[in-house]
Design a protein around this ligand. Structure first.
Ligand SMILES: [Zn+2]
Ligand SMILES: [Zn+2]
Length: 106
């Protein structure tokens, strides 16, 4: 296997991990990093997106962090909202009585 291809594959793998953490499109970033391995560096510096079930936004300072993080890294705000999986549609939503996604009671 040519060395360039190995580098591309490694860059692609790293892109999958980082994109997944940041709530970004894993497939797109894999392809982009495979073709242009240096774009992984760009991905590292890109801000994460708010993605249901993967990332959430701090209600206090607006920082975006991984789902499951209980204390905000930038302001130390403790997350008061529990995220639950809706029994009706399976989407991960805020535990607030009704589902944000389908409107059914949780
Ligand atoms: Zn915060
Ligand atoms: Zn639902």
């Amino acid at each position: 296997m040519p060395r360039v291809l190995i580098i591309s594959l490694i860059a692609g793998m790293v892109a999958i991990i980082v994109a997944n953490k940041k709530g970004r499109n894993v497939l797109v970033w894999f392809l982009v990093s495979f073709l242009f391995p240096l774009s992984v560096v760009i991905l590292f510096f890109m801000p994460p997106l708010v993605t249901q079930g993967k990332t959430k936004r701090c209600p206090d300072c607006g920082a975006i962090m991984s789902e499951g993080v209980d204390v905000c890294r930038s302001c130390n705000h403790e997350m008061p909202i529990n995220m639950v999986k809706c029994p009706s549609c399976g989407v991960i939503v805020k535990d607030q009585g009704t589902c944000d996604s389908c409107g059914k009671p949780l």
